[in-house]
Design a protein. Structure first.
Length: 178
């Protein structure tokens, strides 16, 4: 039974092969590479590492590969499809960071300018300073605007309620979702 590491290695080799021969073409080599990647995806599902998987490889020239294997969920019979929607949780950070840095390279975003242009909700950040005697939150305006650099380096001042009792108290008092 292959390990997850083995499957990832095999997928990487297949993707590298596919990239070198150009999966966008209908050549026998490209078809073989696509079949290899499909096989690696099926192996992962068959090994029980995941109910289903979706994979995509692309360059600036376009999509090299896209494929799926398995089910959308273990408790369902619906097959995984290219348009299946699912959560990827913290993996969005890596994808979003790369996309943001590409936009910086293209001159579409600036690292050290305020980000309200990206998300107007970030235009007037508030800082939790504590609570008054009645238990009401004491908030103040942030001393400086949030920049893309702050967001990418996790220095924008956002916290996690599970690690900060004051933030947890504020969220509950304000009736906000965690």
């Amino acid at each position: 039974m292959p390990s997850r590491r083995d499957l990832l290695k095999a997928a990487a080799v297949a993707a590298a092969t596919a990239s070198s021969i150009g999966l966008g073409h209908r050549s026998a080599g490209a078809q073989t590479a696509r079949s290899q990647i499909d096989g690696v995806l099926r192996q992962g599902v068959d090994a029980g590492d995941a109910a289903g998987v979706a994979a995509m490889a692309a360059t600036d020239k376009g999509v090299l590969y896209e494929g799926v294997a398995g089910l959308r969920a273990l408790d369902q019979t619906a097959a995984m499809t290219l348009d299946t929607v699912f959560r990827i949780a913290s993996m969005t950070k890596a994808i979003t960071s790369v996309a943001a840095m590409q936009m910086v390279e293209q001159g579409k975003l600036k690292l050290d300018e305020p980000v309200p242009g990206i998300d107007p909700a970030l235009a007037s950040p508030q800082v939790l300073e504590g609570f008054d005697a009645s238990g009401a939150a004491k908030l103040r305006q942030a001393k400086r605007p949030i920049t893309l650099r702050h967001l990418l380096t996790h220095t924008a001042g956002f916290g996690y309620d599970q690690w900060d009792p004051s933030l947890n108290r504020y969220i509950k008092a304000a009736g906000l979702p965690p």
